[in-house]
Structure formats: C-alpha cells, structure tokens
Design a protein around this ligand. Structure first.
Ligand code: HEC
Length: 162
C-alpha cells in the first residue's frame, strides 16, 4: 500500500517537472497570412472601396450636374456585393498576427478596423434603401475616417522621409 502511493507521488512529481520544463509552443495558426498587408490593401480593400465610391455622388457636365447612381438591378447588386466585401475585409485585418500595436495598450488598429466595418454596414443599408446621398456621405467617411485614420497612425510615420 505504501509502495503504491509512493509511485503515484513520484509520477505526479515527474509530470509536474515535465510540465514546467517544456516551454509552451505557440499553437499553429489556423490562418494563412502569406498575403502581404500591401496586397490585402492594393488588391482587396482599395479596389473595392474605390468602386464603391464611384457608384454614388454627382458629376458636372456641359448639360449640368448629373447624379451618379447604380443604373440597373445588376449594378445595385454589385454595389451591395462591394459593401459586403468591405465588411468582411475587416476580418482580414483582425487576424491576430496582422494587428499592429505601437505599445501594449494600443488598441487603435482594432478601433479603425471596427469603424471601417461599421461604416461599410451603414453603406450596405444605404444601398439597400437606394439612398444615393447617404451612400456618398458614408463612402467619403470611410476614406476620411477609417482608411486615413489608420494610415495616419500606422503607415505614414513609417514612410521614408524625403
Ligand atoms: C486598421 C488599419 C488599416 C485600415 C482600416 C486601412 N488600412 Fe490601408 N494600409 C494599412 C497598412 C498597415 C498599410 C501598409 C501596408 C504595407 O505596405 O505593409 C496600408 C496600405 C495601404 C495602401 C498602400 C499599399 C502599398 O502599396 O503599400 C493602400 C492603397 C491602402 N492601404 C488603402 C486603404 C483603403 C482604401 C482603406 C479603407 C477602405 C484602408 N487602406 C484601410 C492599414 C490600414
């Protein structure tokens, strides 16, 4: 009886020792992040945001000011697709290894991404309501506040000074 409990104790001690020696290795990520941030921006987020912006607003022509809006059901569908792509693109920026922090307390990356997603959701609602003015205003807000906000903090300071 004594022997048995001793064995258990030894084993427990060994298990503990093994546990404290092994350094926890990071779990393999389920995300594939081989696409660079520049490609995520240049090939996914930027083209879709540009297409969205061109779908609403107005242009001055020789005949006067013309309102721009999607001209067919198919174009309205494309507009809604684009807003949806931008909403989901936020998740690409929130993959943990892509999140930038200037220090431990810095949560602005997530803040700007959430702003981009929230505005893209508002844009999608405006598209569904076929509210061209709202589409234009929200589109401009996405550029001015979400894109530029994040770039001002995380991109511009890193650019080489000329
Ligand atoms: C949460 C932060 C964040 C948001 C939001 C964001 N970007 Fe970026 N963007 C970056 C970072 C970081 C880079 C620099 C990427 C690099 O070159 O490594 C970048 C770079 C870019 C570039 C240049 C890519 C290059 O060649 O280096 C473009 C264009 C761009 N973003 C467009 C946009 C647009 C349009 C939006 C909004 C619809 C947007 N970004 C929103 C972080 C952000």
């Amino acid at each position: 009886m004594r022997m048995k409990s001793l064995t258990i104790l030894v084993c427990a001690g060994l298990a503990l020792a093994a546990c404290s020696v092994s350094t926890p290795s990071p779990a393999p990520s389920q995300f594939n992040t081989t696409t660079s941030m520049a490609d995520v921006m240049n090939r996914i987020i930027d083209p879709v945001a540009q297409r969205m912006l061109r779908r609403s607003g107005s242009i001055d022509t020789a005949e006067g000011t013309k309102t721009i809006l999607p001209a067919s059901d198919a174009e309205w569908q494309l507009a809604e697709n684009e807003a949806t792509i931008l909403i989901e693109s936020g998740n690409l920026l929130l993959i943990p290894s892509r999140i930038k922090k200037l220090d431990d307390k810095d949560t602005d990356w997530v803040k700007y991404t959430n702003l981009m997603v929230q505005l893209a959701q508002e844009e999608r609602a405006a598209i569904i309501a076929k509210d061209g003015d709202k589409m234009f205003d929200i589109g401009a807000k996405i550029w001015d506040e979400a894109c530029t906000g994040c770039h001002k903090k995380y991109v511009i300071p890193t650019l080489p000074r000329s």
